[in-house]
Write a protein that binds this ligand. Structure first.
Ligand code: NAP
Length: 240
């Protein structure tokens, strides 16, 4: 689980532990939050570890995957969840450094983690399942908010299409969950902590979603119950 210290990643790690998975989470800087998630996972009786690493730095990704192999053994599942937004602005006001950072974390990071997972799941591994955490933004485009973010998630959607077909015969499934407005810290990092409440009237179900509701969709896609599901997109967005 990349980005497992908070939000959707933390909820998914906790649910995975309840379902019996040995869990490795990564985080970028919030070690205390990550440790709390690990403690909760361990209280379910499964091994759990937290590893610091920036997904946009290749050396960090390699070190994380090596540590998972050393400390937990074989890899059966990857949730490509770590992601960032940035303060809201129009495309006319974007600068190159910001766009590059967005793409490095949300796209390059996901590609590197998928590559490392696939190498381990196919070479002597027993196959596995990858879930990419995209966003409804990839379809909606996030005009006036962060089109760069939306475009990064569209790239992730295309990764799902291509990689799922590349691996379909190898026992590795690749799917995407596209959350809508979910109550996490990410909106504050985009400069609008109250974004979910403000936009709730635009959601057909009339409310924002909870991280646990996204976690349930991710765990289903990872599980054997989704054994004939690959290359698909599961929107968890209350109809938005
Ligand atoms: P969040 O609460 O801001 O948590 C982000 C997590 O990612 C944290 O664990 C953070 O670690 C980690 N992270 C950030 N940058 C990283 C990096 N460069 N390398 C490694 N880890 C990094 O976010 P969230 O709302 O749970 O979002 C999770 C995913 O869902 C993201 O991909 C996001 O785009 C997607 N999503 C969210 C929503 C929503 O409404 N919340 C909607 C659609 C899609 P630290 O704690 O150490 O900072």
């Amino acid at each position: 689980m990349t980005g497992g210290s908070r939000g959707i990643g933390a909820a998914t790690a906790r649910l995975a532990a309840r379902r019996g998975y040995a869990v490795a989470i990564t985080y970028r800087e919030r070690a205390d939050d990550a440790q709390r998630v690990v403690d909760d996972c361990r209280s379910q009786g499964v091994p759990a570890i937290a590893l610091r690493g920036d997904v946009s730095v290749e050396a960090d990704v390699l070190a994380v995957f090596d540590a998972v192999a050393d400390r937990l053994g074989g890899l059966s599942a990857l949730v490509n969840n770590a992601g960032i937004v940035a303060p809201q602005c129009r495309v006319a006001d974007l600068d190159a450094a910001r766009i590059e950072r967005m793409l490095r974390v949300n796209v390059l990071g996901a590609f590197l983690c998928a590559r490392e997972a696939v190498r381990r799941m196919s070479a002597g591994g027993r196959g596995g399942s990858i879930v990419n955490v995209s966003s409804r933004a990839s379809v909606l485009g996030s005009p006036g908010e962060y089109v760069d973010y939306a475009a990064s998630k569209a790239a992730l959607d295309t990764l799902t299409v291509g990689l799922s077909r590349e691996l379909a015969a190898d026992g590795i499934r690749v799917n995407t969950v596209r959350p809508g407005l979910i109550r996490t810290d990410i909106h504050a990092s985009g400069g609008r902590p109250d974004r979910v409440e403000q936009l709730s009237p635009t959601v057909p179900m009339g409310r924002g979603g909870e991280p646990d509701e996204v976690a349930a969709a991710i765990l289903w896609l990872l599980s054997a119950e989704a054994s004939y599901v690959t290359g698909t997109f599961l929107d968890v967005s209350g109809g938005r």
